[in-house]
Design a protein around this ligand. Sequence first.
Ligand code: HEC
Length: 110
Amino acid sequence: MKTKFAIAAALLAASFSVQAADIAAGKAKAEAQCAACHAVEGNWNKTMDPSYPKLAGQHADYIANTLKQYQKGGRNNAIMAGMAAGLSQQDIKDLSAFFASLEGDLYLKK
Ligand code: HEC
């Protein structure tokens, strides 16, 4: 009985570790694939063009849902559909966690 619990616990731990968002991995992916447009000189609050959205400090859920919409339709943009197409679910989690971890200059005006 104890062994069964140990195995169940180990499996649970393993499945969590696979699914957890990895900020460092997200950073590496973002620098390789997203920085050209969403960061100038490594600054994620400065985009290549003022019309390109800032991602720093955005909620992880918002980024993840938006990337899935670019993949499946729901939000249509030729550039981002192409960028999102190759992302795995893990990539999306990692990238979202990375952007959410950054300090952004987006704020609510009161
Ligand atoms: C070639 C330039 C380019 C690259 C590279 C690029 N993006 Fe984008 N991104 C854009 C543009 C332009 C938009 C605005 C599209 C729209 O209006 O829907 C955008 C929008 C987004 C949005 C929506 C932001 C919001 O506030 O709603 C997210 C999230 C995003 N990009 C994530 C990424 C990620 C993650 C990568 C790397 C895998 C990436 N982008 C690579 C140009 C780019």
